[in-house]
Ligand binder design. Structure first.
Ligand code: AHR
Length: 522
């Protein structure tokens, strides 16, 4: 641990005391925040808290779906523990079946009696057989159980327009057609509702290595054959760029009329090192990879800002959203795991990555109306990890739980002045924040202290409202990579927060080092 700046006289005292061998006194940094309750912004769509669940490793099989004959307690094949955990997370929306897998998925192979379903190799993820036991009916059963909406990703890479149109009819048709009869024979009478439908995934890469102009034409062709009753058409999503790239979003905005597309997606993964060959370890990492993780995740703000500027110019009526439908940490695979299964442990660092991203998404609430973290169970930045019959909730799960009050709340703009947390040549703002007015009328403030060593002393004024009382919840731990394990499943979890007081209409808050705090202001 080596810091390069001493921010204040108090910090200097601490450093001298430490050098002299005396007990160190923490040196709070000064952060001041104004929450503008007088200038409410857009509603933070609850779909910003969406989940992504792909046929990948143990994300679905073992993680969610174990089959009716499993000794693991299940309801109709779905793990009871995982379903209960997801239900209490208020998951608004689940994206399925991929990712890269979506462009090799043929829906007909995943309906009808499970014993007769087609078995294929999952060429994207681990080269293992995919038996299609989890298909369309199972997907809708899952989202019914947890109370979420459906985001279905159609196959453009290896599918056809007809296959997509047939799938739509199978899922949503209510007339006496052959496909609707087939659905009924397979056990479902009533049509399902699809909230969102995406045309392919990462078409610049695993989805088919296409040119953006070629995809723009394909997108229009697919969108033209989505038949739905007025008011029942799913929101249509065109697949966009990753990271800072803008060529796909620019092409789509030029070639596709806003009425034909409701959103353009983008993906952004946080790698500690920024290097896909050596991404960095999920646990046991040095502080240099702690800070670089946050420096990298904070880049998303600028990437969204650039894309939102393009959307504002091409679509001033704000018909087209920017959906960040894949994001999260991506580390080197866990030791002794199949590298194609993208297994990684989840630590306190991941919870802070999540809260930092939530605070970014809220800032752009008027355009960022949906996001999905990759991925729900056992894959990448997961909410839940399973091992046989055991299940743990990760620190990321708890960050989502703490931010539930932000779902469908009204964003309140914030002014933030904060010190930098610096290590070597890397600096990041020590504190990040977002605020909202909840449906119940209270104000919630989400705060992250990225400094793993120093608390942050924060003063919060609320323009347009006088706080009367404050409570909250905090998530922190003593180690940067503190984690829940199958032997210690509850090592990291949120607890009530007592570090905030109200005086003279202002809040004074002390954020512990490396913490997420959500304040509830009355
Ligand atoms: O989430 C894992 C993969 O990352 C997805 O399948 C793909 O879209 C992205 O490259």
């Amino acid at each position: 641990m080596k810091k390069t700046i001493i921010r204040s006289a108090a910090a200097l005292t601490t450093a001298l005391l430490t050098l002299s061998g005396a007990a160190a006194v923490p040196a709070p940094a000064d952060t001041s925040i104004v929450v503008h309750a007088d200038k409410p912004g857009a509603v933070i769509n609850k779909n910003v808290y969406g989940q992504f669940t792909e046929h990948l490793g143990h994300g679905i099989y073992e993680g969610i779906y174990v089959g009716k004959d499993s000794p693991i307690p299940n309801t109709n094949g779905f793990r009871k523990d995982v379903v209960a955990a997801l239900k209490s997370l208020h998951v608004p929306l689940v994206r399925w079946p991929g990712g890269c897998f979506a462009d090799q998925y043929h829906w007909r192979e995943g309906v009808g009696p499970q014993s007769q379903r087609v078995v294929r190799i999952n060429n994207n993820w681990g080269g293992v057989p995919e038996n299609n036991a989890f298909g369309t009916h199972e997907f809708f059963e899952l989202i019914d159980m947890i109370g979420a909406d459906a985001y279905v990703n159609a196959n453009v890479g290896t599918g056809t327009v007809q296959e997509m149109a047939d799938w739509m009819e199978y899922m949503t048709g209510d007339q006496d057609t052959t496909l609707v009869k087939m659905r009924k024979i397979n056990g479902r009478d009533k049509p399902w509702k699809i909230a969102m439908l995406a045309m392919g995934n990462e078409l610049w890469g695993c989805g088919g290595n296409m040119r953006p102009d070629y995809y723009a034409d394909l997108y229009k062709q697919y969108a033209s054959f989505v038949h739905a009753k007025p008011g029942e058409r799913p929101l249509l999503i065109a697949s966009g760029d990753s990271d800072k790239d803008t060529v796909w979003i620019s092409t789509l905005l030029k070639e596709v009329k806003p009425g034909m597309m409701d959103a353009i997606s983008m993906h952004y993964y946080t790698l500690p090192t920024g290097d896909w060959q050596h991404k960095g370890a999920a646990i046991g990492f040095p502080e240099s990879e702690w800070i670089s993780t946050f420096a990298n995740t904070l880049q998303l703000d600028g990437f969204i800002k650039t894309k939102v500027a393009l959307l504002n110019a091409a679509d001033p009526k704000n018909k087209v959203g920017l959906y960040v439908d894949e994001w999260g940490t991506w580390y080197d695979p866990a030791p002794n795991s199949n590298p194609g299964f993208l297994v990684q442990q989840n630590s306190l660092r991941d919870a802070l990555v999540a809260s930092t991203n939530f605070n970014i998404f809220h800032k752009y609430a008027d355009r960022v109306r949906m996001t999905a973290i990759a991925q729900t169970v056992n894959v990448l930045q997961a909410m839940i990890l399973t091992d046989g019959a055991k299940m743990i909730k990760t620190p990321t799960y708890y960050a989502y739980q703490m931010y539930i009050p932000f779902q469908d709340a009204t964003m309140l703009p914030v002014d933030l002045k904060t010190a930098n947390y610096t290590l070597g040549k890397v600096s990041v703002p020590q504190v990040n924040v977002s605020a909202a007015k909840t449906k119940a009328g209270g104000i919630v403030v989400g705060l992250t202290n990225l400094d793993p060593n120093q608390p942050a002393s924060v003063s919060i004024a609320i323009a347009g409202a006088k706080p009367g009382a404050v409570g909250g919840t905090v998530l922190t731990a003593s180690a940067m990579d503190a984690q829940n394990t199958f032997d210690a499943p509850d090592a990291v979890h949120p607890v009530p927060f007592s570090g905030a007081t109200v005086a003279d209409g202002k809040l004074s808050v002390t954020l512990p080092p490396k913490s997420v705090v959500v304040l509830d202001v009355k």
